[in-house]
Design a protein around this ligand. Sequence first.
Ligand SMILES: [Zn+2]
Length: 392
Amino acid sequence: MNRRQFLSTTAGAALSACGQKAFAAKFDLIIRGGRIIDPFPQLDGIRDVAVLNGRIATVEKTISSAAAETLDARGKLVVPGLLDIHTHAARTVEGPSLILRDGVTGWVDAGSQGADHIVETIAAARSAPQLGRVLINIGRAGVLPDGDTMDLKRADVALARAAIGKNRDFIVGVKARLSRDVAGANDYEVLRRAQEVASEFSLPVMIHIGQSMSPLPRLLELLKRGDIVTHMFAPPPNSIFDDNGDILPEVLAARRRGIWFDVGNGQHGHMRWDTVATIMKTGFWPDTISTDWNANSHETGVIDLPNCVSKYFGYGMALDDAIARATANPARTFPFLNDRGTLKAGAPADVAILELREGNFEFLDNYNNKITGRQRLFPSATILAGKIVPRV
Ligand SMILES: [Zn+2]
């Protein structure tokens, strides 16, 4: 190489490095050509999404600038990262990474543990790749096969209070499981104690309903604005509707005073298709759709959150409404999720790429009954804080 050639090569290299730098500085990632469904600004259309420094930079019809990385989302849905407010993801250290692949970028562990072992779920939440927080079970030993609070002594106010006091950053509420086989005849007193603890810290209580000993209206009396009723599709006795299939007036009143109603799909005793049909027909639809996820969920009727969301298409719920119940709505239930659930410019760049497939899909309730749906959402890719999560 002579001197002249050398100069021109280095000049060329400098120029292209410079050009490269200009490209890289524009955006870190562009998700191209997907169908964006963003419930909060009510956007449903084909758009490009640009990400910079872990946040959504802009959403436009066509973004001509280049980016360090490009994701082709043509033919797919691009929605805010999914938020699942009833999981048991913190039971194991791997749980959070598993649901991240399903598109879940924010979750709540709903009472897997009580005061005795809450540090374990908090450790799992702390080491999670995405945002995760926990509800403390008012039963000090957490979920027990023979009933968390069948022995009322386990609903220990002082211990729960001390645990929250020490872990304000990770405990975001109190869980009270109130079925006959969990709390027995103690249900009302267990909830009273859960509320005593939660109110002191201005935290919500999540109650697990269905097949309780006490009538549901009596339990609802103890709830305050911001509290959450999970397993809203639980079959009788003590479900949310009466013998005529009408929603109980106390349930309607509870929603009016700001109490949320959540699905909590689960595996046993929490949903039956005839109950779902009765409730959906009244127009009393869930505020949030959650999985009640466990490490075995992929082998059960739960599968993943996109699958649980798809179950309501057959009951008249439109795609946008269903997506809102796993993004924008759950973002309003807990303060730590308040800036999530949207793809607006400035929001954290947590994104779920989903496929909406057409065909015949079997959906299971908790009693092995099947319905067939024509559409089902499948997770395709997850973007967390602006980075594409590797598929394993
Ligand atoms: Zn649960």
